[in-house]
Design a protein around this ligand. Sequence first.
Ligand code: AMP
Length: 341
Amino acid sequence: MTAIATLGSHCSLQILKGAKDEGLKTILVCEKKREKLYRRFPFIDDLIMVDSFKEILDKKLQRTLEESKAVLIPHGTLIAQMSADEIESINIPMFGNKWILRWESDRDMKEKLMREAQLPMPKPVKNPKDITGTVIVKRQGAAGGRGYFMASSTHEYDTKRDNLISNGTLSKDEPLYIQEYVSGVLAYLQFFYSPLMETLEFFGADQRHESDIEGLARMPSEQQLQSKKIPSFNVIGNSPLVLRESLLDMVYEMGENFVKAAKRIVKPGMNGPFCIEGVYDENAEFTSFEFSARIVAGTNIYMDGSPYYSLLFGQPLSMGRRIAREIKTAFESGRLNDITT
Ligand code: AMP
């Protein structure tokens, strides 16, 4: 039987619990400093201890995983800590499409894929000199919103950028991505595309809680001005969101368009879990500012099972367990190559 392996962070607990529930062997690549934490969980069969997650690039470690017939599940920590080249060089089968992870971390490629999927997007601002309305300024990669800031003029952009450089948050030559700020209700739409069944499933939605934009929003405007704080969008946690049922049809349509676009431009396509992230405005129109091309930490809120999966499968499945089930089915039918890269 095959095994499931992942890095010890982000959503590794639900991934490995889901794998155990499907009867698969579980392996955690664990940083020594986190050993005590992860040993608390009885569903983790093997821990491979490392000083740093970068050791996953080591051929010897990869051979150990290969000997266990492990499938590696990528998540946000892999993307945040490794370059696209490094991820693509990993030689053990990776669940989903490792080539699309480059499209997630490169802002220009990301924009191209979202355009191809016809997702309604905020307007990008190519040059800080062109800032006219309120914009959000973002860093490259899965920075989790850290170091992001808002500005309403070129002068404000320059001042805030300089501040972040002098306090060490940003490096001087880091290219920043500027985009129109869209206000509304945040919604992170979580999907799973099964290449085995060729079906798209809507798993659930969540909201992110970000510090300290939320803290600032709770202050009266006078105190906001006095505090002179540059609020960041650092993700602290997630909470569940249930959408109006009348919005679901559009949710599926966006997911399906995304899957079709990915199939066209980054083969083998958007296999496995992914997330379309954005806001709903006062007319319930969705604008999407991001996607994640792998499992998102927001699925941790449904570790006991997503309500929509109860409707689809007659059983409450977590995203971790859904992934394990796809791998198990592929393994049993000799189709592992169809679900891994
Ligand atoms: P991201 O890294 O793009 O997911 O952005 C992190 C956070 O910044 C999001 O969760 C939102 O709260 C906020 N955000 C990003 N882009 C926009 C936008 N265009 N308009 C409004 N808020 C945004």
